[in-house]
Ligand binder design. Structure first.
Ligand SMILES: Nc1ncnc2c1ncn2[C@@H]1O[C@H](COP(=O)(O)OP(=O)(O)OP(=O)(O)O)[C@@H](O)[C@H]1O
Ligand SMILES: [Mg+2]
Length: 480
């Protein structure tokens, strides 16, 4: 088992899915429980306060009737007040207009003065009540006033115990905690299940890719569980087949190179052997054999030069030498150099420039690219044929086309002509001469200029190559 670079559980899809589910499970239940408990508390306290207030008002009337504010002798009133305090397990304090306590159900503070804010508020005509959460008491101040005089004669301060309400609230809280706990457990279990379900195909993809990497599996991988995994495997399979293709072409390239380099060697060996093996040969024969050997050396030399320029072009673009030059002049020079070869077979070389074009190119590489195309146009042409080169440009790119009246390329092979060492008709091409590297060099040189090359051809009618290159050279860093 290979060591895998792990980001840890906290960065895993599994952990994220579980976290989301837990949050989704907890947050709503906490909010709902909080709101319910708060609502209950408010309503319970309001109800309790209203009840107590009602009873206080009844006792208040009795107080006035019995003139209790001036004389606390009335046993009925005292009993009623005591009863009220008992029912709510609280305390009732009665203060007169001078804030003196005339009745305290605890019996401790009678005769003392009590100045409390809710009592003052009450004397001013307001009603006051509140809830002291710390001591868990509901505080209530009820004015004592006679219906006729309308003047507040005293204030009943009632402290009612809210233990019962609090007990209910505590019970509700405990229930909520239980529900939230159950929610968390369910969320974790669901999260485990869901994440397993979601992550499993991904693990299977990883396993398959590892198997391919380790060589246990040679074919394509297939994990079709979800659209997404199907897409990943499809992309991976595409990459795999491309890599296989690259590997094949690399192997083919190596065997081609060895073969191509060996052929001239073998010829030279044969020629040299016959010279060594026979004595007293005529000088003419020597001359002939040696010139054949020279030809083979030239051929070997060309292959090596081509290979070297290809290798150079394959490297990074760091060694391009870009200058701003007239493309018209460069094409004219190319045509001038190749005209003698074309003339040998009476092939017409035509240059049509639609406008003056100046662009940023690497002179050597660009010349190489276009020369190869024109050379092919001449080589794979019929006697008395023609090769026509045109030059045009728009605001961004310039275009060079190289068209010939030659033999054309079979449709099924058009795709392959840019491959290294690829030649359409091996026997015919050999007779014409060439290594099959020309178009690879052309394509690499154009790619270096961030341009592209297209080809259209019809067998027996001719071929047209279209090259597009940006007028301004874009350095690699900007392109990325
Ligand atoms: N204009 C053309 N008309 C017909 N066939 C062509 C033309 N250009 C290229 N081809 C075909 O494509 C093949 C590859 O061309 P390429 O220029 O890469 O190699 P080559 O001409 O055989 O050798 P080299 O250019 O390296 O001397 C040629 O062998 C030929 O069969
Ligand atoms: Mg060529």
């Amino acid at each position: 088992m290979k060591k895998r670079k792990k980001l840890g559980f906290f960065r895993s899809l599994r952990f994220r899915i579980m976290t989301i589910l837990i949050i989704l499970g907890i947050v709503p239940s906490v909010v709902v429980a909080g709101v319910l408990i708060l609502n209950y508390e408010n309503r319970a306290i309001a109800n309790r306060s209203a009840n107590v207030r009602k009873q206080c008002e009844i006792i208040g009337n009795l107080l006035i009737q019995e003139n209790y504010m001036n004389d606390t002798a009335s046993p009925i009133v005292s009993t009623r007040i005591e009863q009220l305090a008992n029912i709510y397990s609280g305390r009732v304090i009665l203060v007169d207009r001078s804030f003196r306590i005339i009745k305290d159900t605890y019996g401790t503070d009678e005769g003392k003065t009590l100045i409390s804010s809710i009592a003052i508020q009450c004397f001013k005509g307001g009603q006051a009540n509140g809830y002291n959460r710390e001591s868990q008491y509901i505080e209530l101040a009820v004015p004592v006033k006679s219906p006729e005089v309308k003047q507040v004669q005293g204030v009943m301060l009632v402290y009612v115990n809210a233990d019962e309400i609090n007990a209910t609230i505590r019970e509700m809280e405990q229930n909520s905690i239980l529900i939230i706990g159950i929610n968390i457990v369910v969320a974790i279990l669901l999260g485990l299940l869901l994440s397993r379900m979601l992550v499993k195909p991904l693990s299977r993809i990883t396993k398959s890719i590892e198997d391919v990497t380790d060589g246990y599996q040679t074919g394509e991988i297939a994990v079709q569980d979800y659209t997404e995994t199907a897409l990943i495997t499809e992309a991976f399979n595409k990459m795999l087949s491309r890599m296989k293709l690259l590997d094949d072409s690399r192997q083919e390239f190596v065997s081609n190179v060895s073969h191509e380099l060996k052929t001239p060697m073998t010829s030279m060996k044969v020629l040299a052997d016959s010279l060594v093996g026979q004595r007293g040969l005529s000088e003419d024969l020597y001359q002939e054999f040696l010139s054949d050997i020279t030809m083979e050396i030239d051929r070997e030399n060309k292959i090596i030069t081509d290979l070297l320029s290809l290798v150079k072009l394959d490297k990074t673009a760091s060694d391009v030498t870009i200058t701003h030059v007239s493309i018209n002049h460069m094409l004219e020079d190319i045509m001038k150099r190749l005209r003698p070869i074309a003339d040998q077979r009476n092939i017409d070389l035509i240059l049509d420039s639609f406008r003056q074009v100046e662009a940023d190119v690497d002179e050597v590489k660009f010349t190489l690219a276009i020369s190869n195309l024109v050379e092919n146009g001449i080589k794979y042409n019929v006697d008395e044929g023609w090769v026509r080169v045109t030059l045009d440009a728009d605001h961004k790119d310039f275009f060079v086309t190289v068209q010939d009246s030659g033999m054309g390329i079979p449709e099924d092979q058009i795709e392959r002509i840019f491959e290294r060492f690829y030649r359409v008709d091996k026997s015919h091409s050999r007779e014409i001469g060439g290594t099959g590297l020309g178009l690879s060099i052309t394509r690499s040189a154009i790619a270096m200029h961030h341009g592209n090359i297209k080809v259209a051809s019809k067998e027996g009618e001719g071929t047209i190559f279209t090259v597009r290159i940006p007028l301004s050279y874009i350095p690699e860093e900007v392109n990325k």
